[in-house]
Design a protein around this ligand. Structure first.
Ligand code: FES
Length: 115
């Protein structure tokens, strides 16, 4: 999911302040779920949007949060496979990643809703 600042958002788990993620970069967080936890990569786009997908690359376990992003694609730093941050589909023939809900609350907190 990709989102901009959302007034009144209280859903999800607060993982960080948006200011802690430099624009154009991602960070990985462990987010609790009803069945355990999931590692989520949150990206802060240069235009202010945020995106969240699985943090572990399905190809061979690389750290997707460390990947380069453009407006809608992340490139895994290990073998350069790519995923669409809006759909989770690989654009290089790999298995998909899950796209998680993400929003920024009124206090500038990044809130993730695992899917
Ligand atoms: S581990 Fe991510 S592309 Fe290979």
């Amino acid at each position: 999911m990709t989102a901009t600042t959302t007034s009144g958002t209280t859903a999800g788990v607060r993982v960080a302040a948006l200011a802690e993620i430099p624009p154009g970069e991602g960070r990985a967080y462990v987010v609790p779920t009803g069945a355990g936890e999931v590692q989520v990569a949150v990206f802060h786009h240069r235009d202010g949007r945020v995106s969240a997908v699985d943090a572990v690359c399905p190809h061979s376990g690389g750290p997707l949060a460390d990947g380069q992003i453009d407006s809608c694609v992340v490139v895994c730093p290990l073998h350069l496979n790519t995923w669409d941050l809006r759909t989770g589909a690989s654009t290089s023939g790999q298995a998909p990643v899950r796209v998680h809900g993400v929003a920024v609350d009124d206090d500038g907190g990044v809130r993730v809703t695992p899917r």
